[in-house]
Design a protein. Structure first.
Length: 118
């Protein structure tokens, strides 16, 4: 099982980045996919999630209207388009695959750094 994130980097406030997550080794289309982030000294935070079919997305309030999550089940890929980035978006962003209702089966990527700074 692998989840490999890419697309992070340094961007100025107001800029954009597109994160990608390539999945392999499991039945991708059966899993809810999530993006989480962790800033230094803070707990990991759920940023966005998308249903297994890709028809439902949810976002934390702080990114609503700025971030868009999508997936391509044919390519086993998930994306996070981040616009109007702010310094407080600076964090390591993790891709997560989750299946289950009360007991969860989770897979994690290694994370990609996003730094928003002038």
């Amino acid at each position: 099982v692998q989840l490999v994130e890419s697309g992070g980097g340094l961007v100025q406030p107001g800029g954009s980045l597109r994160l990608s997550c390539a999945a392999s080794g499991f039945t991708f289309s059966s899993y809810v996919m999530r993006w989480l982030r962790q800033a230094p000294g803070k707990e990991r935070e759920l940023v966005a999630s998308i249903s297994s079919a890709g028809d439902t997305t949810t976002y934390v309030d702080s990114v609503k209207g700025r971030f868009t999550m999508s997936r391509d089940n044919a390519k086993n890929m998930v994306y996070l388009q981040m616009n109007s980035l702010k310094p407080e978006d600076t964090a390591v962003y993790y891709c997560n695959a989750r299946r289950g209702v009360t007991i969860f089966n989770d897979y994690w990527g290694q994370g990609t750094q996003v730094t928003v700074s002038s």
